[in-house]
Design a protein around this ligand. Structure first.
Ligand SMILES: *[C@@H]1O[C@H](CO)[C@@H](O)[C@H](O)[C@H]1NC(C)=O
Ligand SMILES: *[C@@H]1O[C@H](CO)[C@@H](O)[C@H](O)[C@H]1NC(C)=O
Ligand SMILES: *[C@@H]1O[C@H](CO)[C@@H](O)[C@H](O)[C@H]1NC(C)=O
Ligand SMILES: *[C@@H]1O[C@H](CO)[C@@H](O)[C@H](O)[C@H]1NC(C)=O
Ligand SMILES: *[C@@H]1O[C@H](CO)[C@@H](O)[C@H](O)[C@H]1NC(C)=O
Ligand SMILES: *[C@@H]1O[C@H](CO)[C@@H](O)[C@H](O)[C@H]1NC(C)=O
Length: 458
């Protein structure tokens, strides 16, 4: 079940590569995507013209993204969530004098692509790969298509930026990006599945902030754009969402897109509401029995406050079996209650590689041991290693059940031959570089920020 020989792993990877990449008709893969912006024009506490308005599916010019004139350079960007081969983009330009008396400068706009998380690497012209540069002037409200060059590498993030000699602001009513999936594609198990919540907040901007907004595929995290859901239970109350995956899945990690700060109140309020939020799993529908904290199996808990607007990625604890329902719940002591989520995603393990430890029979590691205990089996020893943290490998002695836990952050040298021992290493950050290059992890900063070990182990 768990031990796959390294040879078998290589074989699996090769199969996955050769069966991927079939040709498909390009679709607009930007619709609803998580967006970044150099700045967003603040209209009121209930309206901010963020980059999300460029991917909201409404191109008629009624609501457009708008950057702040004084903040340079101007750009917006999207996280497509997976790697896509991009063929062309269509830009629906905003007007001149949109809200502020300036002109919309999209002349010679640049479209670029990158795989580097924009959380860490905001776009700087020349540091990303080019799709293409528009070869002319863009008039107010003009709709223009820009084809990417055929050498544009597939990528996860797409950037729209003004050239450095631009003078006006940047307003985009819609930005469509046409592409096809490239390589491995991770499927969000929750997308558009039935969602329930303990309660839903109501106001005149969006009426009901219903549970289905957490799985609508729109990452817009400005709550008054009506793609986030909000409960209304007090602190310690229900404050939960439940999504029916309509099948049983082994959930490996979960990403929660948090509400962004709109202004007009103390930002700490929304950070506190999300503090230590819980992700759980169950086979019991909330229709039968609403989830109660500490009674359902835990995927993970977010450690501490949640910064506004981020994608908070959580790796589930190891060894969870398959479940049908996923729970997101506020901690019993979080803020003033009122739990809010803009998008919730869940993914199965990225690859078989994440399920294995590598075994080397007849080997013993000397000199890196930090703990020694007894374990029922090698498996049990691995669990103990996993639970303790800071544990990089184990040596197990089946005859005596002795389990040695080793730490070697800078590698090890002294593996000795001993027929009575077996040595097991965890697949470590080598897996992460694979994730970065072809397996599409969540932005790694978020996984690291959780303080959880990124090592994938079940
Ligand atoms: C967009 O701009 C606004 C205002 O400048 C900022 O608060 C927000 O964090 C930006 N969003 C992203 C994801 O860059
Ligand atoms: C863009 O590509 C399409 C085919 O995909 C082609 O018909 C069109 O002429 C191209 N436009 C430009 C400006 O190159
Ligand atoms: C701005 O730069 C573009 C090339 O990026 C160039 O074609 C254009 O003429 C320049 N515009 C001005 C006003 O200098
Ligand atoms: C949840 O239900 C599914 C389908 O009936 C089953 O395969 C799975 O083992 C159940 N999980 C647990 C932990 O009982
Ligand atoms: C391995 O175990 C056997 C049987 O207990 C013992 O005779 C032998 O000396 C052990 N080998 C080593 C290298 O410790
Ligand atoms: C992004 O990653 C893919 C592999 O998943 C790779 O083929 C592509 O070249 C990368 N793109 C960039 C811009 O680095």
């Amino acid at each position: 079940m768990l031990y796959i020989k390294p040879v078998a792993v290589l074989f699996l990877l090769i199969i996955q590569f050769t069966t991927s990449g079939q040709q498909e008709v390009p679709t607009n893969v930007a619709l609803g995507a998580y967006t970044y912006n150099s700045s967003a024009y603040y209209v009121t506490d209930h309206q901010s013209l963020t980059g999300s308005l460029a991917v909201d599916g409404v191109s008629d010019g009624s609501l457009c993204s708008l950057t702040k004139p004084e903040v340079l350079p101007h750009w917006i960007a999207v996280d497509l969530g997976n790697v896509f081969k991009i063929f062309f983009t269509i830009l629906y330009a905003g007007t001149n004098g949109y809200i502020i008396q300036l002109w919309n400068d999209l002349n010679f706009f640049i479209v670029g692509v990158t795989n580097r998380s924009l959380d860490f690497h905001p776009p700087v012209g020349g540091t990303y790969d080019l799709c293409a540069q528009y070869p002319g002037v863009v008039a107010s409200k003009q709709v223009v298509q820009l084809n990417c060059s055929s050498t544009t590498p597939p990528a996860r993030y797409v950037i729209l930026q003004q050239p450095s000699n631009s003078t006006g602001y940047m307003s985009v009513c819609e930005w469509e990006i046409y592409g096809v999936p490239y390589g491995r594609y991770r499927t969000n198990l929750l997308l558009k599945k039935p969602a329930m919540s303990s309660s839903s907040y109501f106001d005149s901007y969006c009426s009901d902030y219903v549970a289905k907004f957490v799985v609508d595929g729109f990452f817009d995290n400005f709550i008054f754009h009506c793609h986030c859901s909000n409960t209304k239970d007090p602190r310690g109350g229900g404050n939960w969402f439940m999504v029916d995956m309509q099948g049983s899945y082994c959930v490996d990690y979960v990403v929660l897109t948090a509400r962004d700060y709109e202004g007009g109140y103390d930002v700490q309020i929304i950070m506190n509401r999300m503090e230590n939020f819980i992700i759980g799993l169950t086979n019991v529908s909330s229709a039968t029995s609403p989830p109660v904290r500490n009674t359902y199996p835990w995927c993970a808990t977010w450690p501490g406050l949640v910064n506004p607007g981020i994608k908070a990625g959580l790796k589930c604890n190891a060894n969870l079996p398959k479940y049908r329902y996923l729970i997101a719940q506020a901690s019993a002591t979080a803020g003033d209650g009122y739990f809010h989520v803009c998008e919730l995603e869940a993914f199965e393990p990225l690859d078989r590689n994440s399920l294995i430890w590598k075994r080397q029979a007849n080997k013993l590691l000397i000199g890196f041991q930090f703990n020694q205990l007894y374990a029922r089996s090698a498996m049990d020893c691995m669990h103990k290693c996993q639970q303790l943290g800071g544990c990089d490998s184990i040596s197990f002695h089946p005859a005596s059940k002795l389990c040695q836990l080793n730490a070697h952050t800078n590698g090890y040298t002294s593996l000795t031959v001993d027929p009575n021992w077996s040595f097991y290493t965890r697949k470590k950050y080598s897996t992460v570089s694979q994730l970065e290059t072809f397996m599409l992890s969540e932005p790694l900063n978020l996984l690291k920020r959780t303080g959880l070990d990124m090592v994938l182990f079940h």
